[in-house]
Design a protein around this ligand. Structure first.
Ligand code: ZN
Length: 133
């Protein structure tokens, strides 16, 4: 088993491998296969084979930069945005009983501290301003 793993590792050396676009394509292929079980269309079955070949080609490709760019374009169009303003607000709301959030008056950095029943002096890690909370 370990030998097979080593063989696979050396085979994949310098090849692109799996990414988000691959995972999406695999899910898409799975959906196509399930749909095709009901409609039994030759066109869908051809599409499944083309998508399979394309995703396998991408995984085994040695042109890593090109595959990376394809994945980046895919993620820009369909990927989830990193951290939205809304998710930050939601996090603050969820933590309102355990943490305190203040904005540094000097540099604007958002500071987060655990809520304690004592007065603390905290320091902004970016500019060094001190606040009594
Ligand atoms: Zn600051």
């Amino acid at each position: 088993m370990n030998n097979f793993r080593n063989m696979l590792t050396s085979f994949m050396q310098g090849r692109y491998g799996v990414d988000d676009l691959y995972r999406f394509t695999t899910g898409f292929i799975f959906v196509l296969i399930v749909v095709n079980m009901f409609v039994n269309s030759g066109l869908l079955s051809t599409l499944v084979w083309v998508a399979l070949a394309w995703s396998l080609y991408r995984v085994l490709s040695k042109d890593i930069n090109k595959r990376r760019m394809e994945n980046r374009k895919f993620m820009e169009k369909f990927g989830r945005p990193a951290k939205t303003k809304f998710s930050l607000l939601k996090k603050r709301f969820d933590e309102r009983k355990t943490h305190k959030h203040i904005k540094c008056k000097k540099c604007g950095t958002n500071l987060r501290f655990p809520k304690k029943n004592v007065t603390m002096i905290v320091r902004c890690p970016k500019c060094g301003s001190r606040y009594k909370i």
